[in-house]
Design a protein around this ligand. Structure first.
Ligand code: CAA
Length: 289
């Protein structure tokens, strides 16, 4: 498996491209346009430059990794990839359209994988050319830093597909976690109720933003408080995952906190929009409640 394809050059896709290139793979990186794919590659260049400054990697290794990433114009280029990872927007219609397009190029032995954080793999498989060669490969943000990769097989995923993707994940130096195709898989199943509860606590006036984050982060030894983490993930993404778990399980314990719904309705989506539970306009994030 020398060449891999990554569809989506945003935070997740660019991170996946970076770790794959650093592990020696040639990476074809695509997005809605060549321009957007190029921007994803520029972000990788900046992160690798910082790693050189910190003397974590040699300049020659940075150059070699960047040379291995090729921003491409269209999904037709994915014909050369042995594994294609879709890391586009977390919307089912978008992913289905991508699968229909990439199906025209995908090689007869090539594997298609999705980085979805919540959409059922078995259902998505129906939109792919061969459900036996399709599975979930869920990276965590920031991809270069976070150790695990969740592997999720759909009902029709073959053992050979799982084995090849597992070997790829391990070759990136990541720790593989197997999860069944249940709503939220493993990590988000456990994480999202905690973030949601922090937002309920905020909405009910149990404590303010700073105290919830300081208490949980220091009290549980988590690197970020839950409201900081929710802003980091994106409040729209948090809401979407909670809704998938609520609908998928029918269990009301996953109902989204009303304050989370309000923030998303207000367009306060966290870091990416400059405001969530914190305001990111200044040098330091400022709690908003
Ligand atoms: N991309 C690449 N590297 C990054 C990065 C990014 N966006 N942000 C930080 N880093 C690196 C830094 O370069 C630094 O590397 P070195 O130690 O090698 O120098 C390291 O991470 C630590 O960074 P900082 O010192 O700047 O900051 P920090 O110590 O506060 O750590 C953090 C930042 C790694 C993001 C840390 O706060 C953390 O681990 N937070 C929790 C993240 C988390 O829970 N992620 C999972 C989200 S859930 C998810 O992704 C799944 C889903 O489906 C929603």
């Amino acid at each position: 498996m020398d060449t891999i394809g990554v569809i989506g050059a945003g935070q997740m896709g660019a991170g996946i491209a970076q770790v794959a290139a650093q592990a020696g793979y040639r990476v074809l990186l695509s997005d809605v346009s060549r321009d957007v794919a190029d921007k994803g590659k520029t972000g990788v260049a900046k992160r690798l430059a910082r790693a050189v400054e910190k003397e974590q990697i040699a300049a020659a290794d940075r150059d070699a990794a960047l040379d291995r990433i090729e921003a491409v114009d269209s999904l037709a280029a994915m014909a050369e990839a042995a594994l294609v990872i879709e890391a586009a927007t977390e919307r089912e219609a978008v992913k289905r359209a991508i699968f229909a397009e990439v199906a025209k190029a995908l090689g007869p032995d090539a594997i298609l994988a999705t980085n979805t954080s919540s959409i059922p793999i078995t259902r998505l498989a129906q939109a792919t050319p061969d459900p036996a060669r399709f599975m979930g490969v869920h990276f965590f943000n920031p991809v270069p830093v976070m150790k695990p990769i969740e592997l999720i097989r759909g009902l029709a995923t073959s053992d050979a597909t799982v084995a090849r993707v597992e070997a790829f994940a391990r070759s990136l130096g990541k720790t593989v976690v197997h999860a069944n195709d249940a709503p939220g898989f493993v990590v988000n199943r456990v994480l999202l109720p905690m973030l949601n509860e922090a937002i309920f606590a905020l909405g009910e006036g149990v404590a303010n933003v700073r105290d919830i984050d300081a208490g949980v982060s220091l009290g549980l030894n988590h690197p970020m408080g839950p409201l900081t983490l929710a802003d980091f993930i994106g409040l729209d993404t948090c809401l979407e995952i909670l809704r998938v778990m609520q609908e998928g399980t029918g269990d009301p314990k996953f109902r989204p906190a009303p304050l989370l719904v309000k923030y998303v309705e207000a367009g306060w989506l966290g870091r990416k929009t400059g405001r969530g539970f914190y305001d990111y306009a200044g040098a330091e994030p400022v709690p908003t409640r």
